[in-house]
Design a protein around this ligand. Sequence first.
Ligand code: ATP
Ligand code: MG
Length: 374
Amino acid sequence: MKKQPPLILIIDDEESMRDSCRLILSKEGYRTASAPNGESGLQLVQELKPDLALVDLKMPGISGFEVLERAREIDPHLVQVVITGYATVESAVEAMKKGAYDFLPKPFTPDELRIIIHRGLERRRLTVEKEALEKEKRLMEENFITMVTHQLKSPLVVILQYFEVILSGVVKDEAQKQEMFHKAKERLEELLELINDWLDIARLDKDQIKAQSKSISLFPLLKELVEFMRPLAEEKQVSLKLFPPETNALVWGDGETLKEVFSNLIHNAIKYNKPRGEVRIRIKEEDQWMRVDVEDTGLGIAPEHLPLIFEQFYRVKRNNKEEKKSRGSGLGLAIAKKIIEAHQGRIEVTSQLGQGSCFRIFLPRPSSASPSPN
Ligand code: ATP
Ligand code: MG
């Protein structure tokens, strides 16, 4: 469904004001509606659910201040901009207190109106997005137990099903039986991996990482991982490229846990790639950081999923059959983030749906993180 342009409601008793605002705004591609007084304005807020309202402060009947307050009760996300011919500091402060987002003194130019509307709508977009994200996170937290049990239960159910069939004696063919055992074993292995991943998170010990930290050269560590992953990449027809750094690329960290981080990132970059795709790994110095980019030319991640992928058990739901098949527990990035943060580093991601993603890791270099020699 195509998204409709934003709807702007103008509440003003002056007809010329309503008409000129509507004219300017419809030229910008917005939908508009107007009301000559507060009462009918509030009714339209209720009926039309506008994105933004321009409210005149001085009108016969109920005042603009009251409109602001009551409109906010109807829709807390409604962005309200006050227009008035006698802007005083007091009235501005009063209007802000009642929930106005901004103030536009009369007379104003079309440009001033356009700018303020644009800014107001941007603010609404951000608030709505932020709330949706928070809601999703809250839901994930509330459903945590359900998610964990589901993750543990579903492979067990499958395995039990295989056993039922085999024990019932209906499968006479030895090869078929073997295959069922084989599949059951695969699911058991996955289950074990899931439990191990989860234990990793629970056991991850910041102090231990700190105590075990030492100067580590990133290039050999990454080279070893890349060689280890190469067969998997070849199977997926993905080429793996690790670019040698210009410096010796030392970081202050714990090799074992860092391997886990990069192994998951590279694995993801292969797993969520396309045939004949590429994975490029680059190491460079940036201020006090050593920065590693793991970039792929794969499926990419839509903006609405992006802030959630570091949450435990979060997996992007994909429609494509091939993409759906990819297995995983949704813990890899949550573990990676925890490990990097225990190193006092950070992890960032940018992604374009259908084009690819780039994960950037920033790790402290020895000189800035290690204790001084005496
Ligand atoms: P596992 O626990 O086995 O790593 P997973 O790969 O599903 O499972 P994460 O590594 O945490 O879990 O990734 C979370 C989700 O983020 C994935 O399900 C995937 O949808 C998305 N994702 C991660 N990396 C990429 C990438 N390079 N390209 C596209 N999507 C990605
Ligand atoms: Mg993963």
